[in-house]
Design a protein around this ligand. Structure first.
Ligand SMILES: NC(=O)c1ccc[n+]([C@@H]2O[C@H](COP(=O)([O-])OP(=O)(O)OC[C@H]3O[C@@H](n4cnc5c(N)ncnc54)[C@H](OP(=O)(O)O)[C@@H]3O)[C@@H](O)[C@H]2O)c1
Length: 316
């Protein structure tokens, strides 16, 4: 059941936050036969290109971490892209995998596709049990279709496709775009810039009291390899750290790492969002995987990565 070290492995989305962490993990563990095309080299939306790639390269295993991913603004502005791209890239990949006899595929769902008013912590069985968050519904429906596709292929074609549900990620290769980044990347950028520009105040939306679970992408990569090598089945598996922090706690961790010595101001005119978002990751634990996250260390690594990216962009 375990992948051989010389197995041919396709990591879809290998330049992204999750995909690049999976590539690092595989390389560190001695897997060397990796197929890691960028979206320019292989656009997964184009069925014929995907099929020819699979026929030519004959991957044995697929880690599927590709996607049209973005924040609230992007989801609102390009809803058609979010639903159609995300459905076509997984459908094309699954069809090509089936046709060329891929041994096993791992698909990444997301904690943000659970119903908006899910009980906390969120259990896997809450998927499809209530209304979705309006702002990312097209994306969520596409991601849910991806899960349903994997499960349906397994039932009808006896394939071995598994689905993980990661919580909010951060880490090396994150998206630091000021309009389009997630919580940790946005905070890192704010404190970094405030320190650099000598500002005295960093402003954060809302009261700082909502609680969020965050996980380093390297931990997700660890879980991905673990479940690829040990699990087969149609049950989706939550992947979280098991701990949530208030936004103000997360902000003060990053403030300390950055060395910013000014003040954090909460903009109470801005919305707080959901009060709490925490996955119940007990299924993963029962199956033998638990996050070993050292949050402060992981946040420091992410901060250093932003620093490196920022320095490089200045040299260009
Ligand atoms: N980030 C999170 O907090 C989080 C949390 C839970 C789940 N996830 C899931 O993890 C997956 C990856 O997310 P991420 O945060 O790593 O995203 P990301 O950093 O934006 O990376 C997305 C990757 O997808 C590739 N891609 C996009 N469109 C493509 C296409 N048409 N053809 C081929 N490749 C394409 C991109 O390739 P290029 O860079 O070469 O263009 C990029 O490598 C998504 O399915 C997401 O739902 C993410």
């Amino acid at each position: 059941m375990k992948m051989e070290k010389n197995a041919k492995i396709f990591v879809a989305g290998s330049n992204g936050l999750a995909g690049s962490a999976i590539v690092r993990k595989l390389s560190n563990e001695g897997y060397y036969n990796l197929l890691i095309p960028s979206s320019n080299e292989l656009d997964l939306r184009i069925n014929e290109k995907v099929l020819s790639f699979f026929i030519k390269e004959q991957p044995e295993y697929v880690f599927f971490a590709a996607g049209t991913v973005g924040g609230i603004m992007a989801n609102k502005t390009y809803p058609a892209d979010f639903i159609s791209n995300n459905i076509s890239i997984i459908l094309n990949t699954l069809q090509a995998s089936l046709q060329t006899g891929v041994k096993k595929l791992l698909y990444l769902g997301s904690s943000c596709i659970y119903p908006k008013h899910s009980e906390q912590p969120i259990k896997e069985e809450y998927l499809l049990s209530g209304f979705l968050e309006e702002s990312n519904r097209p994306y969520a429906i596409a991601k849910i279709a991806g899960i349903e596709l994997c499960q349906s292929f397994n039932k009808q074609f006896n394939t071995d496709y598994i689905c993980l549900m990661p919580t909010n990620l951060f880490g090396i290769n994150d998206n630091y775009d000021s309009q389009n980044s997630h919580l940790v990347a946005a905070l890192i950028r704010k404190f970094y810039e405030a320190k650099l520009q000598g500002n005295k105040i960093v402003e954060i939306w809302g009261t700082g009291s909502p609680k969020r679970e965050i996980l380093c992408s390297d931990e997700l990569a660890d879980a991905s390899l673990y479940f690829m090598n040990t699990y087969s089945g149609n049950d989706i598996i939550n992947i979280g750290s098991g701990v949530d922090y208030t936004i103000s706690e997360i902000a003060s961790f990053i403030k300390d790492i950055s060395g910013f010595d000014g003040e954090i101001k909460y903009d109470l005119s801005k919305p707080n969002g959901t009060p709490r978002k925490l996955l119940d990751s007990s299924r993963a634990e029962l199956l033998g995987w638990k996050s070993k996250s050292d949050l402060l260390n992981d946040l420091s690594k992410a901060y250093d990565d932003f620093d490196k990216t920022f320095q490089l962009s200045k040299k260009k």
